[in-house]
Design a protein around this ligand. Structure first.
Ligand SMILES: NC(=O)c1ccc[n+]([C@@H]2O[C@H](COP(=O)([O-])OP(=O)(O)OC[C@H]3O[C@@H](n4cnc5c(N)ncnc54)[C@H](O)[C@@H]3O)[C@@H](O)[C@H]2O)c1
Length: 265
């Protein structure tokens, strides 16, 4: 039996971790993959990557531009996915922005609002709409016949939800909020047979950590992790794929840390 017989939805799939997660769902045999992001260009690239996979001839993609700051755009996209495929089984919320690199007293309210509006409120809006869909569907068969779930939500938090870093109060708080929300949703929706987990990536080689001067600036931060290197988007996607799959049927409310050991040091 296939590991992913249902419909995957990845919000923030135009780039980085979300893009690699979308490609990984296709590689793992998922045949219906919805891609949402604010970047139309990036969504086209992700859909093209999936179309180019040797095993993906049967993977259909649905793309729609959304802004997770806008409730109406999320509701419209989720409604369109349900109209097309009838369900959402594996939802991944990866849309996010980096911090403003300023201490609290230097942080403008609009910067705080943007970071928290996308990373926390946007994740909450997406997961709320995904959960509503999952409440109205029955479980699919699983890879080995164990009882299945009505759905799985994986939110993308950060290692900076668990530890602090200078000049990152708005970002750290936005990501800690994602863990808190994940835990409570896991409690509330267990009775409905829906699993909700999150991943806490360390520093990962994506456009978020690239750009002029970033490699030098990040060197001392990367060296906090005993593995002393950047993670790859694939290494985070692998954890998300596991949490989304029926192999993770006893994982509930977890904040899975994938950080090269950053938070143990
Ligand atoms: N790269 C890292 O080191 C790292 C570490 C820890 C956590 N994370 C988290 O992982 C997630 C993915 O980040 P990434 O590294 O892949 O970065 P990325 O910049 O490559 O991807 C982020 C994606 O989110 C989309 N996005 C941003 N704001 C949006 C909005 N308002 N509406 C819709 N889409 C929006 C972007 O267009 C982009 O495609 C983020 O939540 C980030 O905070 C990243």
């Amino acid at each position: 039996m296939a590991l992913f017989p249902g419909v995957a939805l990845i919000v923030g799939s135009a780039s980085g971790i979300g893009q690699q997660t979308a490609v990984s769902f296709a590689n793992e045999g998922c045949h219906r993959i919805a891609l949402l992001d604010r970047s139309a260009e990036g969504l086209t690239r992700t859909a093209a990557l999936i179309a180019a996979l040797p095993l993906s001839t049967k993977a259909e993609t649905f793309t729609q531009v959304v802004d997770v700051l806008e409730e109406a755009s999320i509701i419209a996209a989720i409604t369109a996915i349900v109209k097309l495929w009838g369900r959402i089984d594996y939802a991944v919320n990866s849309a996010g922005v980096t911090g403003n690199n300023q201490a609290s007293t230097d942080t403008a309210t609009h910067a705080f609002d943007t970071i928290n509006g996308i990373n926390y409120r946007g994740t909450w809006l997406c997961s709320r709409e995904e959960l509503k869909v999952m409440l109205n569907q029955t479980p699919l068969p699983t890879h080995d016949g164990r009882p299945g779930n009505r759905g799985s939500v994986v939110n993308v938090s950060s290692q900076l939800a668990l530890v602090g870093r200078p000049r990152a109060s708005a970002y750290c708080a936005s990501k800690s909020a994602v863990i808190g929300m994940t835990r409570v949703d896991a409690i509330d929706y267990s009775v409905h047979n829906i699993r909700v987990n999150c991943v806490c990536p360390g520093i990962v080689d994506t456009p978020m950590t690239q750009g002029p001067g970033q490699a030098e600036r990040l060197k001392p931060v990367i060296s906090i992790a005993p593995l002393n290197r950047l993670g790859t988007p694939q290494e985070i996607a692998d954890a998300i794929i596991f949490l989304s799959s029926s192999k993770a049927s006893f994982m509930q409310g977890a904040a899975m840390v994938v950080d090269g050991g950053y938070t143990i040091n």
